[in-house]
Design a protein around this ligand. Structure first.
Ligand SMILES: C[S@@+](CC[C@H](N)C(=O)[O-])C[C@H]1O[C@@H](n2cnc3c(N)ncnc32)[C@H](O)[C@@H]1O
Length: 221
């Protein structure tokens, strides 16, 4: 199913190898999942069916949560070590999973092929947020769903300022290019999506620059 979208060669500049981050990510993800994110994954993905494009799949932490209504997951992952881990997770998944190289800004998927697009903890790390949203829009069929669970910009000015300072200094360098102060909801609206539902929450509950999250479903009109 995956095939060339706008070009046969995905542009991996700036997103390919993050060897230190890739080594650390799986144990960090397991801690986050035990702290409550696994339940968020499950709730977000339970409603999906048909062809799902999962962008920035990491080590495949979502795969176990897809239900039988999903006929195919195309998991796009630029980082080689994480992509290999996702391949192993995909072979154990309850639904068919194919893992491919690529980036959110240039998905190797034909137009209107997907019934759903999934982002979990990815839009913080893409190089071009609006471009990633445009690509999700392109690969979705009309009426298709985009679901995301992301850490986001804090609602109050105090924490948002802390996030901006960290984003301008050390945070992206130690976290595989992640940014704390992004607002993916605004990007979806700019990109033409209709917001269907959204749930803000803190994980962990205690406020910190990384604790502000949202789970959201949007629809391509
Ligand atoms: C924090 S991890 C999240 C992984 C997974 N989605 C999860 O929920 O556990 C961020 C992932 O986004 C990937 N990533 C970074 N930049 C990307 C881009 N431009 N396009 C697609 N994936 C990207 C990273 O390689 C990494 O796998």
């Amino acid at each position: 199913m995956p095939s060339s979208g706008r070009s046969a060669a995905p542009d991996l500049r700036g997103n390919a190898a993050h060897p230190v981050f890739a080594r650390l990510y799986a144990p960090v993800r397991r801690i986050l999942d035990r702290a409550g994110f696994a339940a968020r994954r499950q709730r977000l993905l339970a409603e999906l069916g048909g062809v799902v494009v999962e962008v920035g799949a990491g080590d495949g932490g979502n795969f176990a949560h897809y239900r039988a209504a999903v006929t195919q997951v195309v998991a796009v992952e630029p980082e080689p070590r994480l992509r290999a881990a996702a391949g192993s997770a995909g072979s154990r998944a309850p639904v068919p999973v194919v893992v491919v190289a690529g980036v959110a800004e240039h998905l190797p998927i034909v137009d209107a092929r997907a019934d759903a697009v999934v982002f979990t903890l990815v839009l913080c790390s893409v190089n071009q947020l609006d471009r990633a949203v445009d690509e999700a829009f392109r690969v979705l069929r009309p009426g298709g769903r985009l679901v995301l669970a992301e850490h986001v910009r804090a609602p109050g000015r105090g924490w948002a300022r802390v996030q901006d300072v960290l984003d301008a200094t050390i945070w992206p360098r130690i976290s595989g290019g992640c940014h704390l102060g992004r607002d993916p909801r605004a990007a979806l609206v700019r990109g033409g999506f209709e917001i269907v539902s959204e749930e803000p929450y803190r994980l962990p509950r205690r406020a910190s620059p990384v604790s502000f999250h949202v789970s959201l479903t949007a629809r391509k009109p």
